[in-house]
Ligand binder design. Structure first.
Ligand SMILES: Nc1ncnc2c1ncn2[C@@H]1O[C@H](COP(=O)(O)OP(=O)(O)OP(=O)(O)O)[C@@H](O)[C@H]1O
Ligand SMILES: [Mg+2]
Length: 362
């Protein structure tokens, strides 16, 4: 277990900057998830922590020790990748204990640690099998076993579940969480899946173009995204955005969108004349036909174009003059493509972003 302190970390490949001024302190025992779109620099950052990628500038300190020039083997970390690269000719026991034998630990110690790891991961019955005789999830657990037995200071995971099908992914995600509760090892976990990030992380680091957009608990990044990018990235289906100019309307204000629609704004953080983007989540849209309008709310009329029943809820993609809007309906109501719907969104569920900078307006 250890604290990992990353300061002003930057990586260039030739003239291209792929990670810039990355600043983050990961606390002892913390589970931190790096999330962001493909190519934003997640793996590169993780590989620099592992020592597999040279640093252009900045510092990495693990457990109080500057490791910039320390060999990966001496950093006391264990990394699990997307491809688990098990040795096909070795059985599970030998695959898990491989690193320990390389460290020349005594046989009783190797057996003790391997059996412990196998027990944590539920692999006791499978120790004599070879990788070819295992399911995807079992192989994944063996790869994790190999990391656990080394009792490293830090676990680094790079999309460890992305080779698994949806159901198994869900199961392994829960196991991953349970594992961390048991071993409490400081963990950095990379994924581009925001659901994985939300469900696993103590804190999420959202990256975009090599930079950190926001660091926060799952609750913080969901409720108060600092940028429009974070707002659109976290949450599924994604947040709806409507952009327009703030106008005076009676005693209050309204948003005039590019197509000329006018949406009355009960509460608006922006001055008249400013161009803003208003965001609201599909799950915060209340059907006007089944709910009373909250005291302070906006109303939008939209026309469903695609209706996707999911059993416990229905995802409805709608057209509106000001753009496409997605809503999430949990009530039992009859919906029809083309039949207009009216929604309310309570003002405390609205997010305002400066259209120029993409920053949240507080
Ligand atoms: N060895 C390399 N030489 C040049 N460019 C590289 C190299 N490795 C990575 N890059 C570039 O650095 C950027 C960040 O890559 P990285 O692998 O860190 O992204 P990522 O966030 O992990 O993406 P993904 O979700 O697709 O795995 C990308 O634009 C990539 O093309
Ligand atoms: Mg990657």
């Amino acid at each position: 277990m250890a604290e990992v302190k990353i300061t002003k970390l930057t990586k260039k490949f030739g003239n291209t900057v792929v990670v810039q001024d990355f600043d983050l302190t990961i606390k002892n025992s913390e589970f931190v998830v790096f999330v962001g779109p493909s190519g934003c620099g997640k793996s590169t950052t993780l590989r620099m922590v592992a020592g597999l990628e040279e640093i252009t500038s900045g510092d990495i300190v693990i457990d109080g020790k500057l490791v910039n020039n320390v060999h990966p083997k001496s950093r006391d970390i264990a990394m699990v990748f997307q491809s688990y690269a098990l040795y096909p000719h070795m059985n599970v026991f030998d695959n898990i204990s491989f690193g320990l034998r390389a460290q020349k630990l005594g046989k009783p110690e190797i057996e003790k640690r391997t059996n412990e790891a196998a027990a944590i991961l539920g692999l006791e019955e499978l120790l004599a099998r070879r990788p070819g005789e295992l399911s995807g999830g079992q192989k994944q657990r063996v790869a994790m076993g190999r990391a656990i037995v080394r009792k490293p200071k830090v676990f680094l995971f790079d999309e460890p579940l992305s080779n698994l099908d949806a159901k198994l992914r869900h199961k392994m995600r829960a196991e991953m969480k349970l594992l961390h509760q048991q071993v409490q090892t400081t963990t950095i976990y990379v994924t581009h899946d925001q659901v994985e990030a939300m469900t696993l992380a103590d804190r999420i680091v959202i990256m975009c173009n090599g930079r950190i957009e926001q660091v926060g608990t799952p609750d913080e990044v969901y409720k108060t995204p600092k940028t429009q990018f974070v707002a659109g990235f976290i949450g599924s289906p994604a947040m709806n955005f409507v952009t327009g100019i703030v106008e005076a309307a009676g005693r209050g204000t309204a948003l005039k969108t590019d197509d000329g629609s006018v949406i009355a704004m009960p509460k608006c953080l922006a001055k008249v004349g400013k161009r803003v983007t208003v965001g609201f989540r599909p799950e915060h849209m209340q059907l006007a036909s089944t709910t009373t309008k909250p005291k302070s709310a906006i109303s939008v009329s939209v026309t469903p174009s695609v209706i996707e029943p999911m059993g416990h809820e229905t995802i409805v993609t709608c057209n509106a003059p000001f753009g496409e809007i997605t809503s999430r309906i949990t009530e039992e109501v009859k919906l029809r493509v083309g039949r207009e719907l009216q929604f309310h969104v309570a003002s405390d569920k609205l997010h305002f972003f400066d259209d120029k900078t993409g920053k949240r307006m507080e």
